[in-house]
Design a protein around this ligand. Structure first.
Ligand code: HEC
Length: 137
């Protein structure tokens, strides 16, 4: 093989490989972005957490001290004694999100009993859901 055909061979190889590499890194980037911000669903992600960790106290079956009922989306959005507990698009300003942190602005850290405590992942699902607009999705 002479030098010119070797060069040609190499350039052809590069031409063939470049799109594959570009495509792969694009794919990786997309995957990363999706991992960082999954779309959170009220029905699939939030309701199961409420059922397991909150509803035992926050249900309208009986009158409860906080007056915050989480039986339905509408009731949750209506809020409790301190008014609306969710500001769609702004988790940090939302009482519900503040109450699931160690130092809430009033009362206790929710949920109160240790055995019901949320994992950091569950707290994050509430944050993302509210920041994404807290829709009934
Ligand atoms: C063991 C019972 C119990 C559980 C379980 C519980 N809460 Fe509460 N929650 C209370 C009580 C009692 C209050 C009122 C006193 C206070 O604010 O600490 C309250 C108050 C609140 C308030 C403030 C409502 C207002 O307007 O005053 C929010 C928001 C809240 N809880 C969210 C949650 C969330 C979210 C969960 C589940 C992750 C949860 N709670 C689980 C008993 C509970």
């Amino acid at each position: 093989m002479d030098r010119d055909s070797l060069k040609l061979g190499l350039s052809l190889m590069l031409l063939a490989v470049t799109p594959v590499v570009t495509f792969m890194s694009f794919d990786l980037r997309q995957e990363k972005a999706q991992k960082k911000d999954p779309e959170v669903s009220y029905t699939k992600d939030i309701v199961p957490i409420i059922q397991k960790h909150c509803i035992s106290c926050h249900s309208s079956d009986e009158e409860r001290p906080s007056e915050l009922y989480m039986d339905t989306y509408e009731m949750l959005m209506k809020g409790g004694r301190h008014g609306k507990c969710i500001s769609p698009g702004n988790a940090k300003e939302s009482i519900l999100y503040q109450k699931i942190q160690p130092d809430p602005p009033f009362g206790r850290w929710m949920p109160p009993p240790k055995k019901l405590k949320l994992t950091p992942e569950q707290v994050d699902l509430f944050r993302l859901w509210i920041d994404q607009g807290a829709t009934n999705n």
